[in-house]
Design a binder for this molecule. Structure first.
Ligand code: NAI
Length: 377
């Protein structure tokens, strides 16, 4: 099968997420790395792209140059990944969709709900794919959890509890490090810091596994390092459309927690637990029965979990291969086979609506606020 052509914006040398995209996009042979505008410094971006094997005429200095350069090529890229800081996502994603490219945008997709709704509309109007990198949803055992909930294996879901709390921004003496600082600077990060950075992964995961949407929420935000304008810790209560009760804690000052992303789903006849630091296992307890470990790669998994388990049982698969699963589903979608579960622009705007609802709620002492984007009310 002919390889698809892939380009990336952002994710330059030393960036946090860039390597996961490169490993993920190239893992299964679906894509070749054909073009890039990888860095906010044009020369550094061109240089790094060429060191990664991109031809000199497709190693661009910035994204506008890349758009102009790729637009009229017969062998133009089939997919563009946007892995720049948050404030640039909307402009770049919209421009590439309008020019007829498929896009995988990093989260958060936009800074405002209005921008998010516009991306949904542009994607619909152009017929192009706009995916959002909620990559944790592509771990095989997260797909297994979703399939078990859908199959009624834990009954109606009563309660979902999720945390995405780490301690990597807990050192006040490091708060001015530019790679940390932008996340708490409204000009770069938007209206929310930690919740928009990590909390939305947890909220998306709750919706993904429960197969339901967040309807309303109540939030408490704190900036525990006083120089920070935006919150570095947040606690949310939420309710889903189907009545499920939700709890979410997200923090970047929880020193001692490393990645710190986990979720528990409690249904009428059973419970599930998954944690990103042990991603190959799903813990399942039927009511009145023994707790069981369901392992990636074992027999009898639901189809999606089986399909996305690459290596045999007990060989660990980790974060870059979860990102690779997003790229597998994207490659299938570009070739015409749309996969259930690929996070899209609708998920992106739902997250944005939740972020703005949480900011409003936190500003009103935790009042309950409608968390749905207007287009989905
Ligand atoms: P970073 O600060 O480590 O790297 C950003 C990269 O983008 C740098 O190479 C920088 O030179 C480049 N860049 C900045 N502006 C640019 C522009 N206008 N054009 C081209 N390149 C530009 O940031 P990090 O942590 O890699 O985050 C990037 C994005 O990825 C953020 O939106 C973040 O929320 C998201 N992210 C997602 C994760 C996930 O699990 N899905 C995990 C980590 C980050």
């Amino acid at each position: 099968m002919t390889k698809l052509k892939w380009g990336m914006i952002g994710g330059g040398e030393g960036s946090q997420i860039g390597p996961a995209h490169r490993l993920g996009a190239l893992a299964d042979g679906h894509f070749e790395f054909a073009a890039g505008a990888l860095d906010h410094r044009p020369d550094a971006g061109r240089d790094y792209a060429q060191r990664l094997g991109i031809a000199v005429d497709r190693a661009y200095g910035d994204w506008t140059e890349m758009l102009a350069g790729e637009r009229d090529r017969r062998d133009r890229v089939d997919l563009v990944t946007v892995a720049t800081p948050n404030a640039t996502h909307f402009e770049i994603t919209k421009a590439f969709l309008e020019a007829g490219f498929n896009v995988l945008c990093e989260k958060p997709m936009t800074m405002t709900v209005e921008e998010g709704e516009e991306i949904v509309r542009v994607a619909e109007a152009t017929g192009k794919i706009c995916a959002v990198n909620y990559c944790y949803s592509a771990y095989p055992m997260v797909r297994q959890a979703r399939a078990m909930v859908r199959a009624g294996e834990i009954g109606k879901v009563r309660l979902v509890v999720t945390n995405f709390s780490h301690g990597h921004h807990g050192d006040a003496t490091d708060a001015d490090n530019p790679r940390v600082r932008w996340r708490y600077d409204p000009a770069m990060a938007g209206v929310s810091g930690q919740f928009a950075d990590c909390g939305i992964h947890a909220l998306h995961m709750a919706s993904f596994i429960c197969d339901d949407e967040v309807e309303k929420l109540a939030a408490d935000f704190a900036s525990t390092i006083p120089s920070r304008v935006l919150e570095d810790d947040a606690m949310l209560n939420f309710r889903m459309t189907g009545g499920t009760v939700g709890r979410l804690w997200t923090s970047s000052v929880a020193i001692g927690r490393q990645h710190g992303f986990d979720i528990q789903v409690f249904g009428e006849t059973g419970g599930l637990r998954w944690a990103s630091e042990q991603p190959n296992q799903l813990i399942y307890t039927p009511v009145g029965g023994r707790t069981q470990i369901i392992e990636k790669g074992e027999g009898g998994l639901h189809a999606d979990a089986q399909r996305l388990s690459r290596v045999s049982i007990a060989h660990p698969e980790g974060f870059p291969l979860a990102v690779a699963n997003i790229y597998c589903d994207l490659a299938d979608a570009i070739r015409g086979e749309v996969r259930d579960g690929l996070p899209g622009a609708a998920d992106g705007v739902r997250s944005m609506a939740a972020v703005h609802a949480a900011v409003t709620s936190a500003g009103k002492d935790g009042a309950w606020v409608d968390a749905r984007p207007p287009m989905f009310r």
